[in-house]
Design a protein around this ligand. Structure first.
Ligand SMILES: Nc1ncnc2c1ncn2[C@@H]1O[C@H](COP(=O)(O)OP(=O)(O)OP(=O)(O)O)[C@@H](O)[C@H]1O
Length: 322
């Protein structure tokens, strides 16, 4: 299958500073891809190059089969972009704002009314269609923004920090909506964010950006496997009698085991990192040795751990090469 977005050695420099450095990335139709990275990592610059709004110094961005630098108009027809700051007419209603955008996109009046009404219902604003946008909450404005980018039937939508300033309930329902849209309409979604948990909830794959480079990319299990290859399993245990003596005895008992890499005593529990999933063996060994096990938890690594670990590594690499 051909990717719907293909970035090839994409590079943007400001003077000698590389804001985006030889970026290679392929995104497929219907995928929800998360662009993750700290401030200044190069996410917005990458999006701008993909939309044909700024030119790369090297490399290319192919979007829906078009080179974004050579055919920005074709790309813009197929891509809906929701920026982090939205501009609506506050003194007009949601419907009026949407009809205005439909007109700008050359959609005829009767089709526009039908489509705008459908979309406002789709994004959950059916009761607020005739209210002035100035009275909308941040979450409602974001939903209107989504209707706004969907009105031209895009193949791809690009969302820049779409949940900024929305309360947790609003975030959950907004992300659910994005997921539904992507699955039901095979819409490709590129979501740029700092919010690891949100990205983790909704994205099929993520790319982690640091200093203009994509330092890791994949689905969460793949990333965590790559990252944690040396000791991918961590088991946390707690005893009925959690005194230090017991913990040290267990530490000594387990640390000879071949597949155990490390046993550390945390505040009132033991953390055991293993190269294989030997959770059952650990439980059996402790019970057989007469310890009263009250808690055993196999830790799943999430995006937080992955992000943290990549940053630690990267900082070290940068310090070493600096
Ligand atoms: N016009 C410009 N001139 C000089 N430097 C720029 C320009 N635009 C961006 N940069 C720099 O390029 C780097 C990447 O910026 P970019 O806005 O792409 O990052 P970002 O990952 O989107 O950050 P944020 O999450 O804060 O939006 C930053 O160091 C920024 O200061």
């Amino acid at each position: 299958m051909e990717p719907i977005i293909k970035l090839n050695n994409l590079t943007k420099q400001y003077g000698t500073f590389k804001a985006v450095d030889a970026l290679n990335l392929e995104i497929y139709k219907g995928e929800i891809f998360g662009l993750l990275g700290p401030n200044g990592a190069g996410k917005s610059t990458t999006i701008m190059m993909m939309l044909g709004l700024t030119e790369p110094h090297f490399g290319s961005a192919l979007v829906c089969g078009y080179n974004a630098t050579e055919n920005p108009i074709e790309v813009k027809k197929r891509v809906g972009y929701l920026p982090d700051t939205l501009g609506f007419y506050d003194n007009r209603t949601g419907l009026e704002n949407l009809l205005y955008i439909a007109r700008l996109n050359g959609i005829s009046e009767d089709i526009a009314i039908q489509k705008a009404t459908e979309l406002l219902t789709r994004v959950g604003l059916e009761k607020d269609i005739h209210k002035k946008v100035g009275t909308y909450s941040r979450g409602m404005k974001q939903r209107l923004g989504l209707a706004d980018v969907l009105i031209k039937n895009p193949e791809i939508i690009v969302l820049d920090e779409p949940t900024l300033g929305i309360d947790p309930k609003g975030v959950r329902s907004f992300l659910k909506l994005i997921h539904q849209l992507s699955r039901e309409e095979q819409l490709t979604v590129l979501l740029s964010s700092h919010h690891l948990h949100q990205v983790q909830q909704v994205c099929d794959r993520v790319g982690i950006f640091v200093n203009g480079k994509l330092i890791a990319e994949g689905d969460i299990p793949t990333l965590s496997k790559k990252l944690l290859d040396e000791a991918p399993y961590t088991v946390e245990i707690r005893l009925q009698e959690n005194h230090q003596e017991n913990l040290i005895a267990i530490q000594n008992l387990l640390k000879q085991t071949q597949d155990i890499k490390n046993v550390t005593i945390e505040q009132d529990y033991l953390s055991i990192t293993c190269t294989k999933d030997i959770t059952a063996y650990i439980a059996k060994t402790l019970i057989n040795a007469g310890f009263n096990l009250v808690h055993l938890h196999k830790k799943e690594f999430g995006l937080d751990d992955i992000y943290q670990r990549y940053f630690e590594n990267t900082d070290e690499n940068y310090r070493q090469t600096a």
